[in-house]
Write a protein of this length. Structure first.
Length: 94
């Protein structure tokens, strides 16, 4: 049927169109860089969070992400990076 929208063209293409090549490079550097840096997870929580991050890395080519999905992806990446660098608890009082 003409005029029937099947889906989006993908987050990758939306970022490229909206922010250009530099914006896309920064977006992919954060997303793929955080996936690369957290590849060697320790416990089950790390594995599940990393699997969610990898799913987003694959899905951005085909599917677009809304605000909630982008926020969730950023939070997963930050949690993984914090756990990777040993910043689990609150800072120590001096």
């Amino acid at each position: 049927m003409p005029g029937l929208s099947v889906g989006t063209q993908g987050q990758l293409w939306a970022v490229l169109f909206s922010y250009g090549v530099v914006g896309l490079a920064l977006f992919l550097a954060f997303l793929w860089g955080s996936a690369w840096l957290t590849a060697r997870g320790g416990d089950d929580v790390d594995v599940v969070l990393h699997a969610a991050l990898l799913a987003v890395c694959v899905a951005i080519v085909t599917y677009g992400l809304d605000v909630v999905q982008l926020l969730s992806t950023g939070l997963v990446a930050v949690l993984l990076l914090r756990r990777r660098h040993g910043l689990e608890g609150p800072p120590d009082e001096a």
